[in-house]
Design a protein around this ligand. Structure first.
Ligand code: AMP
Ligand code: ZN
Length: 502
């Protein structure tokens, strides 16, 4: 276990609080996963990545973590889709669970301890509803629906900050005759023709959405857990209802120690929605750009801040990954060299860098412990990269003992601290840089800019070398400017000329 304390913003108190667990050294966490009736979009991906980030954080800090994530596989939208396609509900849910899994693997999300399906938990759901009824917190209507009675649960509204009065006022227009209070919500819905149903003490029917998560979470984590995550749209009513149901059924409070919610992903500050036609499926993005670009783009923004998705955010993720992997490539190359004799100037420079690595590692962990400040952690890494590049550019002996140690330590910071939590930086530099170069080429092409092939760049560089050898500096500069206009930047050094795509 690391000595550092973790502080997280709890949605229930709106405060950054020290994160304490029920059992020291162990975390029990639950995250609301997708409803599987279609491809997940990049907003859902943001939610998945946020849960993954918490999971990775706790593991990095040395906790034993039990992480449950669900697939909602009983829902109105799924039934509608199945009826439209004339297939059983399971055909739809299996297809989209598989699709979601593919996305999660591409996004380098770590496997939860358990992934749960509502269809596997009908007995637990029914037994939880029975407990709620036994404790007088719900009622059965003449038609065979079961509702939770929010008036029977005085703490209702504590998570979202809504009062019973607000709820009554807000819902008046939609008063449903069979409910005692417009804010009451369904625990069990009686079967309707053309809908799948399960047997229950109240007749055939299916569970309401909210009870599903309560039952699955309580089954695998018990009546109390340390952390519960979801997107901010779930605060009300979903999570408010989860608290009411679980606490009403078990009589144990609080159901959740720390509630965390990620802000939404937007497009030019607009919501992603079918009616605006701006939905980007996660698979389209991930199969083109890969998990590291997605993670770098998404996790450069704090999980509680809105993330405005744009071509610029993708470009800057590519640029940042290039900076990171170029430095890693230099370090990897250095480790391949034979160790030279110590050199006083080099040893002092690289010795200082070695100390910087240790300080950076600490600062990165401090940022993580401070409400998962991933952008803060990344800026520490980029400060270290700047220092690495600065020392490298001095041309001081690069394969002395201290240089080798520094390179090893630099890779360790990148892979162990950034790689473990943010989930980027663990690839071999050369293959990642060539992937990034092809993405850049593709993006430039999309912008209508001509892209020079690697061979063409090399041909131009050879011509420039000839010009320089003949002291034709005018021609040499022309070639440099031409390459720059095509997005290729060259750097001359005593070791020769290198180039990168910008
Ligand atoms: P759903 O399938 O709608 O239940 O959503 C699955 C998860 O994605 C939930 O945690 C939602 O809160 C979250 N979510 C949905 N849309 C977005 C979005 N645009 N940005 C961030 N999270 C989202
Ligand atoms: Zn849920």
């Amino acid at each position: 276990m690391l000595e550092k304390k973790i502080y997280l913003t709890n949605t229930r108190t709106h405060k950054k609080e020290e994160f304490r667990t029920l059992t020291p050294g162990e975390v029990k966490m639950y995250s609301c996963g997708p409803t599987v009736y279609g491809e997940i979009h990049i907003g859902n991906l943001r939610a998945g990545l946020t849960a993954d980030l918490f999971y990775r954080l706790f593991k990095r800090f040395g906790y034993k973590v039990t992480y449950i994530r669900n697939y909602t596989d009983i829902d109105d939208k799924i039934i509608k889709r199945a009826n439209e396609e004339g297939v059983e509900m399971g055909v739809i849910t299996r297809k989209y669970i598989e699709a979601a899994e593919k996305n999660y693997a591409l996004a380098k999300m770590e496997e939860p301890t358990r992934k749960t399906l509502v269809t596997d938990h009908l007995p637990e759901i029914i037994s939880m509803i029975e407990s709620i009824l036994k404790n007088d917190k719900g009622y059965v209507t003449a038609e065979g629906d079961v509702y939770f009675s929010i008036e029977s649960f005085p703490q209702y509204g504590a998570l979202s900050g809504k009062t019973l009065e607000d709820l009554k006022a807000g819902a008046r227009v939609e008063v449903n005759e069979t409910k005692r209070n417009p804010g009451d919500f369904a625990l069990w819905k009686r079967a309707k023709p053309g809908e799948p149903s399960w047997g229950s003490p109240w007749g055939a029917g299916r569970p309401g959405w909210h009870i599903e998560c309560s039952a699955m979470a309580c089954k695998w984590l018990g009546p109390r857990m340390d952390l519960h995550h979801g997107g901010e749209d779930l605060v009300f009513p979903h999570h408010e209802n989860e608290i009411a149901q679980s606490e009403a059924a078990t009589g144990i409070a609080p159901y959740v120690g720390t509630w965390v919610h990620n802000a939404f992903l937007t497009f030019s500050s607009e919501k992603m929605s079918k009616s605006l036609g701006n939905i980007v499926n996660a698979i389209d993005f991930l199969s083109q750009y890969g998990g590291e670009v997605a993670r770098m783009a998404f996790l450069s923004v704090h999980y509680r801040s809105p993330f405005d998705f744009s071509p610029e955010t993708v470009d800057s993720a590519i640029t940042n990954l290039e900076r990171m992997y170029e430095a890693k490539l230099a370090a990897e190359k250095l480790l391949d060299q034979k160790i030279a004799h110590a050199d006083p100037v080099a040893e002092s420079l690289w010795g200082g860098f070695f100390i910087d690595c240790d300080r950076t590692k600490n600062s990165i962990l401090d940022h993580y412990a401070n409400d998962l400040n991933t952008s803060g952690a990344l800026s520490e890494l980029f400060a270290l990269i700047r220092e690495w590049n600065r020392i490298f550019a001095t041309g001081n002996a690069k394969n002395t003992p201290a240089a080798i140690l520094a390179a090893r330590e630099f890779i360790k910071v990148l892979e162990d601290e950034i790689g473990s939590v943010i989930g980027v930086g663990r690839m071999r530099a050369e293959s990642m840089l060539s992937h990034l170069a092809s993405l850049r080429a593709l993006r430039s092409k999309n912008e209508g800019r001509e892209v020079l092939s690697d061979e063409e760049v090399e041909r131009q560089l050879a011509e420039r070398r000839t010009a320089r050898a003949g002291r034709d500096f005018k021609r040499s500069d022309e070639i440099r400017d031409y390459l720059l206009s095509k997005g290729v930047e060259i750097k001359d050094s005593p070791q020769g000329t290198t180039w990168t795509r910008k």
